[in-house]
Ligand binder design. Structure first.
Ligand SMILES: [Mg+2]
Length: 240
């Protein structure tokens, strides 16, 4: 914790509480920035929404959108960090799930802000139903992953961690001085063993643990933004 120079954080369910940015999390980001610790949002949200976060969150100057497909820096063009996706192919798979499996997937209202990702509203689907759809998508030659809010159909298993590693390298930050935090299976790339100095899940991870290909080293006592605040306090306490 003493050596952490960058916190790569998921947004929904990690900086939010009941769907809204948490004032305590914003204060924690401000304090981390003042202490010289960079905060990098790493979200499954669209490029357009991450742009807003990067522009307005205190101390935040860049972020990763669409589960790590794109880097967003205000007033610069979005940058692909992965192979550009074939959205038409992925949308056709979503249409097949609806037609053949009665999936009733609804495209997210934010589709117009997305550059590479194809996402649907989670609409309260439980893990069992999501696992059913995941198996079907795998058999169709693509991948399905979900967050607390969305279901994504992707060309490759989304890996936020690969994007964070690339950015850390470019920014000259040792990957072992990076702490990561997230709440849902689309954050599993942030938890892969050996990639980062400290990996943290919010308390929400515990009940979904069977859906994570990689688990964090630590889990916070609190859920959602409460977990982020716990991590920030721990980093700040060790720096004093
Ligand atoms: Mg999340």
């Amino acid at each position: 914790m003493r050596d952490i120079a960058l916190v790569a954080t998921d947004v929904d369910g990690t900086l939010t509480r009941a769907g809204k940015l948490d004032p305590g999390a914003i204060s924690a980001i401000t304090e981390l920035d003042a202490a010289g610790v960079r905060v990098l949002p790493v979200s499954g949200r669209p490029a357009g929404e991450v742009l807003g976060l990067c522009r307005y969150l205190p101390g935040v100057t860049r972020g990763l959108a669409e589960n790590g497909l794109l880097e967003i820096v205000p007033d610069a063009a979005p940058r692909w960090l992965a192979q550009p996706t074939d959205r038409a192919r992925l949308e056709a798979i979503g249409a097949r799930l609806n037609a053949e499996l009665g999936a009733k997937l609804r495209r997210t209202g934010d589709a117009f802000c997305r550059i590479g990702d194809v996402a649907y509203e989670r609409d309260g689907r439980g893990v069992e139903e999501l696992e059913r759809l995941k198996a079907a998508v795998t058999s169709m030659g693509a991948f399905l992953v979900w967050s607390s809010v969305h279901v994504h159909i992707a060309e490759a298993i989304p890996d936020k961690g690969v994007a964070v590693l690339q950015l850390a390298r470019e920014l000259g930050v040792d990957r072992l001085r990076v702490a990561t935090i997230g709440d849902a299976p689309n954050d599993a790339g942030l938890f892969v063993s050996g990639r980062f100095g400290v990996t943290v899940g919010t308390a929400d991870v515990t009940e979904q643990r069977a859906s994570f290909p990689a688990l964090p080293q630590l889990v916070t006592a609190e859920r959602e933004a409460g977990g982020f605040i716990e991590l920030a306090r721990s980093i700040l306490r060790h720096r004093v």
